[in-house]
Design a protein around this ligand. Structure first.
Ligand SMILES: [Zn+2]
Length: 324
């Protein structure tokens, strides 16, 4: 497949009414000269968004008979395969998921399906968060957490409807759920396209460019209700044993893959002058050596995002892979 360019795919996520279709229209209207195929997934008997989305009919693929993260995930793969056949007609693909969809299973599909994996690349998960209804949605709907937990870029939208103080509170909460996502405060989903398209969000390289890997004790004192998603960030000096770490992480994901929704990090491996970066989506795990450390201090940094994360056990697990 060397002669063919790999098509970047951007997944638009976010709860009902957060502004996904507004953003989609904004992207399609912009004069970027790109040919974009749109996959529209909508809940509800009659497709509305199709009428709201501008663009040539032949470039919009509607999927309205269920949700692409669960009930019709197979159809999504089939639609992606159809797009692969016409891949020379497009420069990128945008998927607008329903407001009730979790991006996790969709991201996993890109890592699992070989054909998709060869031709298409999940470039980024862009999640819209409704600043006005944030707390209520977080309280009432589990999936609102997952939408934040899996995203690379978060548009904290509708900031015109809330106070600066409220925006700050929401921003802090979002960062406690996903410290690695880039957050933009927006009105009517207005954002520079370079901030959301072709960001290489799922490229391993992006792991080390993540916003931040807060220090070890930064997140103590969080109250945990059963649906709450939190993050545990670990920063450790010293050398890591590659085999022991890979075995430990794989065992962790096999045993607790549904709770450890996302993990990513940069490792200082014993016997190597190169950074080793890794990431996982549920039980899917990927790691590779990257560029040499050079003069930079060789610090192991990682973040785990999920439910019921046991900080102490994670720290002990990671420390158990150190070479002393
Ligand atoms: Zn679903």
């Amino acid at each position: 497949m060397s002669d063919k360019q790999v098509l970047p795919v951007t997944l638009l996520s976010g709860f009902l009414g957060a502004g996904k279709t507004t953003l989609l229209n904004y992207i399609l209207k912009e004069n970027h000269g790109k040919r974009i195929a749109v996959i529209e997934n909508e809940f509800g008997e009659i497709p509305i968004d199709h009428d709201l989305v501008i663009g040539a009919d032949e470039d919009i693929f509607e999927m309205n008979n269920g949700c692409i993260c669960c009930s019709i995930k197979g159809d999504l793969i089939a639609t992606l395969n159809r797009l692969i056949e016409r891949h020379d007609k497009f420069d990128s693909i945008l998927i607008e998921s329903t407001g009730l969809a979790s991006p996790g299973p969709i991201a996993q599909a890109f890592l699992l399906e070989d054909v998709v994996n060869d031709t298409l690349k999940l470039d980024g998960i862009v999640t819209l968060v409704d600043a006005k209804h944030f707390w209520r949605q977080l309280d009432e709907v589990d999936v609102a957490w997952e939408q934040i937990a899996f995203s690379n870029v978060i548009l904290l939208n509708k900031i015109d409807l809330v106070s600066a103080d409220e925006i700050a509170k929401v921003d802090t909460k979002i960062r406690s759920i996903n410290p690695t996502a880039r957050i933009f405060q927006t009105q009517n989903a207005g954002i520079e396209l370079d901030e959301i398209l072709n960001i290489g969000g799922f490229d391993l390289e992006s792991v080390q460019q993540s916003e931040s890997f807060p220090g070890i004790d930064e997140h103590d004192g969080h109250s945990h209700s059963d649906s709450e998603i939190t993050s545990v960030s670990i920063t450790l000096e010293g050398e890591m044993d590659r085999v022991r770490f890979v075995n430990w992480l794989q065992m962790l994901l096999i045993m607790e893959g549904m709770d450890v929704m996302r993990a990513k990090g940069v490792l200082n491996l014993a016997g190597s002058d190169k950074r080793h970066i890794f990431q996982s989506v549920f039980m899917m795990f990927d790691g590779q050596d990257d560029c040499p450390w050079g003069d930079e201090s060789r610090i192991n940094k990682m973040v785990f995002i999920g439910r019921d994360l046991d900080r102490q056990r994670l720290e002990e697990g990671v420390k158990g892979c150190m070479v002393f």
